[in-house]
Design a binder for this molecule. Structure first.
Ligand SMILES: [Zn+2]
Length: 275
């Protein structure tokens, strides 16, 4: 009887909690954050948090009787003209709707906030962010994309060791900066794809940049400019934020489950697992 008198948790309460952590106004203009499937009126009985939503993640949510998936990567970007259940995405959307599972995304807005993707990455690597690599207009002081971390001194090898141990990446790709120092006092980091902020890292006086992934020519340019890169992989560099989301949503009073699916398309990431 007591259970029945308990107030139902609605999508609107979860949305407000998520927007308190990651205000949607901070998302990039091309992004599509917020409700992907469902909306404020849905009833939330349990939540699965995940970096991505794919068919395995939907099944995982169903197994946990989760009626909401809070994801980092949005599932809808372009205007949807047709839902064809015979395609991968159409089938996934059909399954979500049939199972009554909603999806809410916090993407570049979760990248831009304190306590988001980059703070989570810094924490597991034992680094303390001092300021963002790139400020975001309209955001509070100290918020923005990426992070600059200052310390007494750390070697490239030591940071590679931490990436291996803390993120579970077997072999991070390392690009040595030309004439690079083996000791670093200023380290830049950005979870996910960080190539667009290589120049910001250099301008900030960083000699080491830890990010998810960088393309061949971008890595060449960085190395030639003297910046050492450690690529920790997109999936593994963003994954630490899931634990933060679980903790952030815990006060809502419904079960919050962290996905154990490795949604990365790269086989090496599957072998490494979720650590
Ligand atoms: Zn990402």
């Amino acid at each position: 009887m007591k259970e029945q008198s308990k107030e139902k948790l609605t999508g609107s309460i979860v949305r407000q909690r998520m927007e308190e952590l990651a205000p949607p106004a901070l998302a990039e203009s091309w992004d599509n954050v917020g409700w992907q499937v469902g909306g404020d009126t849905v009833e939330v009985r349990a939540i699965l948090v995940s970096l991505d939503v794919d068919q395995e993640v939907v099944e995982e949510a169903a197994r946990h009787r989760a009626t909401l998936i809070v994801a980092h990567h949005p599932i809808l970007f372009r205007g949807l003209k047709r839902i064809d259940p015979t395609t991968y995405q159409g089938g996934m959307l059909r399954r979500l709707l049939c199972e009554d599972i909603s999806v809410f995304a916090a993407h570049t807005n979760l990248d831009a906030v304190r306590g988001g993707v980059n703070d989570a990455l810094a924490e597991v690597l034992g680094l303390v962010p001092t300021h963002p690599l790139q400020a975001v207009r309209g955001a509070p002081e100290g918020w923005g994309f990426g992070a600059v971390c200052e310390m007494d001194s750390v070697t490239t090898e030591e940071m590679v060791r931490r990436v291996v141990q803390a993120l579970g990446v077997a072999q991070p790709r390392v690009t040595r900066g030309r004439g690079a120092t083996p000791q670093h006092q200023r380290v830049a980091l950005l979870g996910g794809s960080g190539a667009s902020m290589i120049d910001d890292a250099l301008r900030a006086g960083c000699t080491l940049y830890i990010t998810g992934e960088v393309k061949y020519h971008e890595a060449q340019d960085a190395a030639r400019a003297g910046l050492t890169l450690i690529e920790a992989g997109h999936f593994h560099s963003e994954r630490p934020v899931l634990r933060r989301l679980v903790d952030w949503l815990a006060p809502l009073g419904v079960p919050i489950v962290e996905s154990t699916q490795v949604t990365s398309p790269f086989e090496a990431d599957w072998k490494e697992g979720v650590g």
